[in-house]
Every structure is written in C-alpha cells, then in structure tokens.
Design a binder for this molecule. Structure first.
Ligand SMILES: Nc1ncnc2c1ncn2[C@@H]1O[C@H](COP(=O)(O)OP(=O)(O)O)[C@@H](O)[C@H]1O
Ligand SMILES: [Mg+2]
Length: 326
C-alpha cells in the first residue's frame, strides 16, 4: 500500500539555513495494516505525511502510495486516500452532516451520492445524533470524530490521520480510537497515523514506526520493540542501597544500575525472574529488601534507549497542534 525509498524533504528557510525535515525514510506498509508513526514534535511526521498525500513534493527519494507514484501520478494517489490533517479541518457554522456532504462533493461525488454516503457514514459510525448540529457547537471530541469521518467520505482504501487524538482528554481519546477501529473494520482500510502519545501507540497500533530527526530509528510491533530494546526495570528499596546495587549489578543482563537513599533501580532482561534472585541475594548478604517492583518497559523506555532522550518531555508541549489549520 505504501513503499518509500530514501524519501527526503529539505525546507530552505533562508539562504544560509536549510531544515532537513525528513532524511531518507524507507517505509513499507501492507494492505490492511494499522501503523502508528511515533516521534517528538519536529521529528518530521507531518512532513512525511504531506509528501505521502501529495501535498508537498519530496526533495529526493521515491514514494509509491496505493500503487501510484506521488510525484508522477498525484491525482491517482489522491483518488485513493483520505487525509485528516493536524488540527481541526471542519470549522464553520455548517451542520455536521452538510460538512460531510460538502467533503464528498469536493472529492467529486455528485450531491445525491454525497448525501447518501453521508447518511451511511453517520449511521455506520453511530454519529447520526450529530448530523443536525453545528460544527462550531460540537465538543472537541465530537469534532475530532467528525474530522476523522471527513477523511472517509470518498471511500479511501488508505487513510492518513495526523495526530488525530492530540489535545483530547483520555475519555475522548478512547472514543476516537473506538471510532477509528470501527471505521477500519467496516471499510477494510489501511490506516497510517501519527501520534506523540506513547501509551496509545503502544496499546492501539499493531506496528510502530519511531522517527526522530527525520529518520526512522525503529520499526516493529510494540511488544518486539520493548522486549528487544528496553528490558524490564527493577525498583527496590532497602536500607543499604549501595550494597543492594552491587548485588543488582550481578543479575543477568543488569545495566543502568543506579542507587540513591534507600532506592535502587536497574534494567534487567527478565524482571520476573531477576527479582526473586535479587531478594534471595539480599537475604543471603544480610541486606534485606523492604519493597520491590518490576516495571515492564514502555515505548518511552524504547525511545530513551534509542536516543538517550525521553519522549515524555514532549507530551506536555501540544502547542503546535492546530497550527497547520490556520
Ligand atoms: N514549511 C516549512 N518550512 C520550514 N520548516 C518546516 C516546514 N514544515 C516543517 N518544517 C520543519 O521541519 C521539521 C519537521 O516538522 P514536522 O514534519 O511538522 O514535524 P512533526 O510533525 O513530527 O512534529 C521541523 O523542524 C519543522 O520546524
Ligand atoms: Mg506534526
């Protein structure tokens, strides 16, 4: 469904300054996949999506989307894809249902067909109650669901969603996801979306492509990424944390061992088997452990292991969301 090779985009900002937004991305997506592109703000997610949706031209490299080349056959690509950009697409005082119908007309359906399609979508996605309401009066979550539905009016085989859930509260994010998964099942679509929410990439996507500084730095299932790259994290407390840290250092695959006050932290390959071993070693050495936890890795641990930085620092900076809509 998607195949890119060395896809790149430079923005020439001034004579002396060029931004290398996307630096040689190779990406393959099979029909029916749901792929989350995960990365911090500025990683190049939107730029990549805009190239794949023919909105901007690559500086170098190639991209085939839905069987056509984005540079040579943009119209063929557009006919087969849906795209919901970052920020809200729908915006005025139109009724939500009319907004969907207009979208269909923009994509070349005649008005009757667009109306029929609108009813079918609203019905199929349980949004009928929103049809007669003004877009401007919908809540953030309802509006985002409408936005995502807009990407479906012309029956795309491939749907691109750029940060569909950014700015929504957890309840609305959950609703939106249910909506996306339902649409995908009902219309048999391939879905490529971007997010900087680690937990949702982890729980919802079958495959996560991690990008940083315009490059793909990992591409696999969340489970595989976590077990290969991160390992489990042990956190134990005891009065002699220095001695406990020494014992932790001897555990299989122990790394990143740190201690302070009564707390010891260590990364190990297999937490559930390492923890009892450490407890036993503590008892044998006369430095008992008073509390202990095993943390399974998160995608943030993966990102940290790959880049030395935490993605979580980015989660509070949603300020760029919606900029593009302006
Ligand atoms: N039109 C543009 N002109 C100049 N720089 C841009 C433009 N669009 C994006 N960039 C820069 O390219 C980089 C990647 O941006 P973007 O693709 O929007 O990242 P993301 O979507 O991952 O947050 C950033 O450094 C951004 O500032
Ligand atoms: Mg973006």
């Amino acid at each position: 469904m998607i195949s890119t090779r060395a896809l790149s985009k430079d923005f020439v900002v001034s004579r002396s300054h060029t931004v290398h937004a996307v630096r040689g991305i190779d990406l393959d997506v099979e029909p029916g996949e749901l792929v989350a592109v995960l990365g911090p703000n500025g990683a190049g997610k939107t730029t990549t999506m805009r190239m794949l949706t023919t909105l901007i031209a690559p500086t170098a490299g190639t991209a085939q989307v839905a069987g056509f080349d984005v540079t040579a056959q943009p119209a063929e690509v557009r006919r087969r894809i849906g795209y919901v950009g970052q920020g809200n697409a729908a915006g005025h005082s139109q009724l939500a249902g009319d907004e969907l119908t207009s979208q269909g007309v923009i994509y070349g359906l005649d008005r009757r067909a667009a109306k029929r399609r609108t009813d079918e979508l609203l019905d199929g996605l349980d949004l009928t109650s929103l049809a007669r309401r003004k877009v401007s009066e919908l809540s953030g979550g309802q509006r985002r669901r409408l936005d995502v539905t807009m990407g479906l009016v012309h029956v795309p085989t491939l749907l691109f969603l750029d940060e569909p859930s950014t700015g929504l509260d957890p309840q609305n994010r959950a609703n939106l996801w249910e909506h996306i998964l339902r649409m995908r099942a009902a219309y048999d679509m391939t879905v490529v979306l971007t997010t900087h929410y680690l937990d949702e990439a982890d729980s919802m996507a079958e495959r996560v492509v991690v990008v940083d500084h315009g490059e793909v730095i990992a591409d696999d299932t969340p489970e595989a990424l976590k077990s290969r790259l991160a390992g489990d994290r042990l956190v134990v407390h005891g009065t002699d944390s220095r001695r406990l840290a020494e014992l932790a250092q001897r555990l299989p695959g122990a790394r990143e061992v740190r201690y302070a006050d009564t707390r010891v932290e260590a990364r190990v390959d297999d937490g559930p088997s390492a923890l009892p071993e450490l407890i036993r070693a503590g008892v044998d050495a006369g430095v008992p452990i008073t509390s202990a936890q095993v943390h399974r890795p998160t995608l943030d641990d993966v990102f940290l292991a790959l880049t030395g930085r935490s993605l979580r620092e980015n989660e509070s900076t949603d300020s760029t969301a919606g900029k593009e809509a302006a």
